[in-house]
Design a protein around this ligand. Structure first.
Ligand SMILES: NC(=O)c1ccc[n+]([C@@H]2O[C@H](COP(=O)([O-])OP(=O)(O)OC[C@H]3O[C@@H](n4cnc5c(N)ncnc54)[C@H](O)[C@@H]3O)[C@@H](O)[C@H]2O)c1
Length: 369
């Protein structure tokens, strides 16, 4: 297979799927790797570094998509890339198809095979931790007076209390948020449905600044919060919310919602994804920060973690083909969105009301179409 790594085109997205060290590992085992010129620049990797690692550096995205049959990327397929899609492409990237009907249509029409990287990380995406850490950092910044916040400091100097933060969801992202909030001295309450998640967070942070609570108690804490950091992945079929529009009226003046999960009308009814170019909007006087590619703000670290995680899947796919690799690794199979024009992804089928092929059938034999 020829592997292609195009440059990401989402605004302010500086990550790249493979860094030169990942490319070197591939080329040293005889693989051909095509990298778009400038793809790694914001991640600290120059075109010359890729060339030295054995990649062919091509001038534009069209050449990479045309020359490669295994495309590795970071973000979803954007409209400007739809014209590049071919039936023989295998794509491994963060696709988020359940929330994107148009992208799903284009992938199915192209008749290609696509794997959603976000569903394949057995121990959580390494970029989730970064999203929590950086997202909480932005939330704290928005608590400062020049940004419209109540002007509290993150440390409790001179007898004034520090920022009070609530973290909803103590998974990979939530634990990242805790590292920033508690590292900087904010009083923090962590909420999770699952006792084990609360227990683990308490063990990680034995400090009087931190305590946990059951999610049912959330409304009792809202009126005291300066910053609410949401890290709960919200099932797309649910139409209830942890924080409704009405509940925003009960928040303190200057309070900030930092919705890292940023599901459209998800855990936070008033959330919609934003970009680093225009990250914050206001509803009922409450600022919402909902950037959907937060780790893209630290591409040097994020690409190193993301590339290493992708390589764990790229190796078996190259060695055995995607069908055998999926058959052997249920986490990789979990990410299989479509193959040969057939939708496989359970969540996308359910949310969009589409028919779905059985995974076993798709893995057993190449589809006829
Ligand atoms: N904005 C970004 O750039 C960015 C980057 C990475 C991840 N994310 C998103 O962040 C979200 C969280 O990811 P994660 O890896 O931490 O997920 P996770 O599954 O590891 O953690 C989610 C936590 O929420 C808890 N939870 C689930 N339902 C709950 C409820 N109703 N009330 C309270 N707690 C509940 C779970 O028990 C779990 O501990 C996802 O939606 C992911 O897509 C966003």
């Amino acid at each position: 297979m020829t592997i292609g790594a195009p440059k990401e085109i989402k605004p302010q997205e500086g990550r790249v799927a493979l860094l030169p060290d990942h490319v070197r590992e591939l080329t040293e085992t005889g693989q051909t790797v095509l990298v778009e010129a400038g793809a790694g620049r914001l991640s600290g990797a120059a075109d010359a570094d890729y060339a030295a690692a054995g990649a062919q550096v091509l001038e534009d995205a069209a050449a990479v998509w045309a020359g490669a049959d295994f495309i590795v990327k970071v973000k979803e397929i954007l409209p400007a890339e739809y014209g590049f899609l071919r039936p023989d492409h295998l794509i491994l990237t963060n696709l988020h198809t359940a929330a994107n009907r148009e992208e799903t249509d284009r992938l199915l029409e192209a008749g290609l095979t696509a794997i959603a990287a976000e569903d394949t990380h057995r121990f959580g995406s390494p970029n989730c931790a970064l999203a929590g850490e950086i997202g909480a950092f932005e939330g704290i910044r928005l608590c400062l007076a020049p940004h419209g916040g109540a002007g509290r400091h993150f440390f409790g100097h001179f007898g004034s209390r520090p920022i009070r933060a609530l973290v909803l969801g103590l998974g990979n992202v939530g634990r990242g948020a805790l590292r920033t909030l508690l590292g900087l001295g904010c009083e923090t309450v962590g909420f999770d449905l699952v006792w084990g998640a609360r227990y683990r967070a308490e063990q990680d942070h034995p400090t009087p600044l931190f305590r946990t609570a059951e999610i049912e108690a959330l409304s009792e804490h809202l009126a005291e919060a300066d910053l609410i950091v949401n890290c709960v992945l919200w099932p797309k079929h649910r139409d209830d919310h942890l924080i409704t529009r009405e509940m925003l009226m009960g928040l303190r003046p200057g309070a900030v919602i930092c919705d890292i999960a940023c599901d459209e009308a998800g855990a936070i009814e008033t959330s919609r994804p934003t970009s680093w170019a225009d990250p914050v909007y206001e509803v009922e006087g409450v600022r919402h920060f909902c950037v959907d590619n937060i780790p893209g703000a630290a591409p040097v670290a994020a690409s190193a973690g993301y590339g290493a995680a992708l390589m764990r899947h790229i190796r078996p796919i190259l060695a055995q083909g995607w069908r055998a690799a999926c058959a052997q690794d249920p986490w990789l199979a979990r990410g299989l969105v479509c193959a040969g024009g057939a939708l496989v992804h359970e969540e996308t089928a359910r949310v969009q009301g589409r028919a779905r092929a059985a995974l076993e059938d798709v893995l057993a034999a190449p589809p006829l179409s």
